[in-house]
Design a protein around this ligand. Structure first.
Ligand code: PEP
Ligand code: MN
Length: 302
């Protein structure tokens, strides 16, 4: 018999106190929740992205690259630079969700070719966004990891499609999504057959206007309590200004994040998207140097 939704929610909702029941059977996300072995919580299950990169183990994963892929030369030179400074994955948007329809919205399929070339030369695995179910197959052919952006976190058709794409998924938290919403979105991907999901806190919309979004640092330990899925943080979209990226990244690693994803551009003022929040190559080097002692302090390596 199919249970009515209200009946289901009565047993599945987090407690009114805002916390979660400790009984697994009452959790609305059964695949994303920690399995319980003898009453003890198990820890994060690393997600394997390539032969060289797994997210969620002892090492902090640093993903870096431009907001948008702007040319073949640009993505290749950024790949070389960030790799030499310790990044282990390359990011770069081919299809860009933009608030205004008149903003640059990515180079599309040719950017995927440029990313593929940058990967074969630099050996850095790639993460890039699929905005639409129709793009998933094409993106998954190039990407080592497929990104679902904040604005699409509850696009359930897209979640199902990436659940069948055969690649790990980087799922970004929606601008007004609760932690439970994020976990349920991950559950959609997992229920479609893909358990390789990495969660990304990227700031939520609050009443605060001095930053682009408000980084929800508390989401990191809450997610760690709730799920075995690795958790990374994008301090670039959270802060919206390059000066904020370093302190937000340090706070994220100190709070237990498994990695960070940051936007880097050789000339942020000339960037076609998100220049304000993009680090220069030199600033990225400073960030990497600053991260090391913080990672060591919480028992992680870089
Ligand atoms: C991005 O990472 O390229 C992006 C568009 O971020 P978000 O979906 O978090 O806004
Ligand atoms: Mn961006």
């Amino acid at each position: 018999m199919i249970k009515s939704e209200s009946g289901h929610l009565k047993i599945a909702r987090p407690l009114a106190s805002g916390g979660f029941s400790t009984n697994d059977g009452l959790r609305p996300y059964r695949l994303a929740a920690h399995p319980r072995t003898g009453g003890a919580l198990t820890s994060t299950r690393p997600v394997r992205v390539s032969d060289t990169v797994s997210i969620g183990g002892g090492a902090i994963t640093v993903i870096a690259g431009p907001c948008s892929v702007e040319s073949a030369e640009m993505i290749l030179s950024i790949a070389h630079s960030v790799k030499s400074m310790g990044a282990v994955m390359l990011r770069g948007g081919a299809f860009k969700p933009r608030t205004s329809p008149y903003s640059f919205n990515g180079l599309g399929p040719s950017a995927l070719e440029f990313l593929e070339n940058a990967r074969s030369v630099s050996a850095l695995p790639i993460v890039t966004e699929a905005m639409d179910t129709r793009q998933v197959e094409m993106v998954a052919r190039t990407a080592d990891m497929v990104q679902v952006g904040a604005r699409n976190m509850q696009n359930f058709s897209l979640l199902e499609e990436v659940g069948r794409c055969g690649r790990p998924v980087l799922l970004k938290r929606g601008l007004s999504a609760t932690i439970t919403d994020l976990l349920l979105a991950a559950e959609h991907v997992m229920a479609a057959g893909n358990s390789d999901v990495v969660l990304c806190e990227r700031g939520i919309r609050t009443f605060e206007t001095s930053t682009r979004a408000t980084l929800d640092v508390s989401a990191i330990p809450v997610l760690k309590e709730e799920t075995h899925l690795p958790v990374i943080v994008d301090p670039s979209h959270a802060g919206g200004r390059s000066r904020l990226v370093l302190p937000l990244a340090l706070a994220s690693i100190a709070a237990g994040a498994d990695g960070i994803m940051v936007e880097v551009h050789p000339d942020p003022e000339a960037a076609l998207s998100d220049g304000d929040q993009s680090l220069t190559i030199e600033e990225f080097g400073e960030l990497m140097r600053a991260l090391e002692p913080v990672a060591a302090a919480v028992g992680r390596t870089m």
